[in-house]
Design a protein around this ligand. Structure first.
Ligand code: SAM
Length: 482
């Protein structure tokens, strides 16, 4: 089966605490990457100031928003089915309004409003601050659209409300957009050029989360290693910055240090890293601070130099393998995960074998694996024929998934017999008598609850494992407990 990022969360309706004076109800559903889930928290925050409380009941909503993903065709098909459902609800709730947010809004723009007439509002990822005006437009019976991509918008001044939060872990977005132009990827077209958020506003948000009892933050971006703050503006314009701006700029390693030092009792994670931009400074910073988690999500997409080139990934197989070797030298226990695409145009059996042998070399802890899906407007769609038959893509994907399962089990077995520091996130999905938490390396751990509580750092002795989960028993509180 194709594995989807945040599978358990896909399509979940998100809810937060109500404000007494708010009378209207917002139902917001999110798809796709963590960035989209994080954006929905910004949207809910903006609309809370406009009189909307969130609800998880579609039938009582006054406004339905669907935060969409365009990364693969399947993601778009799912959203289209949901739009049909929302329109059916409209028949019994005629005042109900429906809006599309995120990447599909940007990709399809006014097609939803003008040709298909299935929504009332279309809002791209950089236009959420315009929502108060857009909602006013639809209240007055007009359709509303804003899909303008911005050079500056980072939402640094919007304090997100946390939706469906466990009160322990939270996402903090640090960059928006992507400049990489991987030929398969729609992100640069739907989320615009890369820009970084002011480190002071990042630290402010992290400090506020700590005050509210959160114990872990994940710094988010399409390509966090490319983070560069020099006073605002696009990353590509850094060359034009003044000498003083350049001298006082903050890169990703710098930002990591600032966050780690601001809250030493808090765990720090980040996602996603791009091999071509990840520096050893980042890895050394991870080694320097105990509270930065030993985990790197390092998508490679293919193990073949020929395919990497056709994908416009700006590194070779050799360079990627060297990076992995260097990471393991500096951080021997670092958890490493991958994203992989099976069946990119022109991929031969030999290329596919290169992917499998790269996986054998790294032995990833886990991964997110996909069959290639041609996305309109991307360079691959314009220049390359989607020539790998579906059955071949599926078979190669299965082989990649099987190999990953073998390696995941190899990795989880290495934990058996050890004591791991686990941050308790909540009850286990399978048993109410057990807690679920994660190691620093991001592996899920399940153990009997006893006297321990959500949000605590607990030392857990690992007794057994599956390929995805470690099973253990608590042996005391961890030193990290603040
Ligand atoms: N920015 C990250 C990077 O460059 O590696 C990941 C961003 S993307 C939201 C998440 C993953 O979706 C990618 O790493 C890739 O494996 C997958 N993906 C993107 N476009 C795809 C496509 N057209 N077909 C199949 N998978 C795709």
């Amino acid at each position: 089966m194709e594995k989807v990022i945040d599978e358990s969360l896909q399509g979940s309706s998100l809810k937060t605490k109500s404000r007494k004076k708010n009378v209207r109800k917002l139902y917001i559903e999110s798809y796709g990457c963590q960035m989209n889930f994080s954006d929905s928290e910004i949207v809910a925050s903006i609309l809370a100031d406009e009189g909307f409380n969130t609800t998880s009941e579609l039938e009582e909503a006054d406004l339905v928003l669907v935060n969409t993903c365009s990364i693969r065709e399947k993601a778009e098909t799912t959203v289209r089915k949901r739009l049909e459902k929302f329109n059916a609800v409209k028949k019994s709730r005629p005042h109900l309004k429906v809006g599309v947010l995120g990447c599909m809004a940007e990709r399809l723009k006014s097609q939803f409003l003008e040709e298909e007439k299935i929504v009332d509002m279309v809002v791209g990822p950089d236009a959420y601050k315009d929502l108060p005006n857009l909602v006013r437009e639809i209240d007055e019976g007009r359709n509303a659209v804003n899909v303008i991509l911005s050079k500056e918008e980072t939402y640094g001044d919007v304090a997100p409300v946390r939706l469906n939060s466990n009160g322990v872990t939270a996402f903090v977005s640090i960059t928006r957009g992507c400049d990489n132009m991987c030929t398969f990827c729609v992100v640069p077209f739907t989320r615009g050029r890369e820009r970084s958020r002011d480190p002071r506003s990042v630290i402010k948000e992290v400090n506020e989360l700590w005050e509210k009892g959160y114990k872990e933050v994940t710094l988010l971006g399409q390509n966090v290693d490319s983070y560069l703050w020099y006073g605002g503006g696009l990353k590509k314009d850094f060359d034009k910055a003044s000498e003083i701006q350049k001298a006082t700029s903050v890169d990703f390693a710098g930002l990591l240090s600032l966050v780690a030092e601001a809250q030493p009792g808090m765990r720090i994670r980040f996602s996603t890293s791009n091999p071509q931009d990840m520096t050893l400074d980042v890895v050394k910073t991870m080694a320097k601070y105990k509270n930065i988690c030993n985990y790197i999500h390092l998508p490679v997409q293919s193990g073949s130099d020929r395919v990497l080139k056709a994908m416009n990934r700006l590194h070779t197989r050799e360079e990627y393998m060297k990076l992995i070797t260097d990471i393991r030298k500096i951080l021997p226990d670092c958890g490493i995960s991958q994203d992989m695409i099976a069946g990119f145009p022109g991929e031969t059996e030999e290329d596919h074998q290169d992917t499998l042998s790269l996986m054998e070399f790294v032995k990833y802890d886990f991964g997110f694996m996909f069959a290639y899906s041609e996305r309109p407007g991307t360079l691959a769609a314009r220049k390359l024929e989607d020539d790998i038959p579906e059955a071949v893509k599926k078979r190669r994907l299965q082989e990649i998934i099987r190999m990953q399962q073998k390696h995941s089990l190899y990795r989880t077995r290495q934990h058996v017999g050890k004591i791991e520091e686990v941050l308790v996130e909540g009850p286990s999905k399978k048993s109410d008598a057990h807690w679920m938490g994660r190691t620093s390396g991001n592996t899920v751990v399940v153990f009997p609850k006893e006297q321990y509580e959500v949000g605590q750092f607990v030392n857990v002795k690992i007794n057994d494992c599956t390929s995805a989960t470690l099973l253990g028993e608590a042996v005391g509180m961890a030193e990290n407990t603040a």
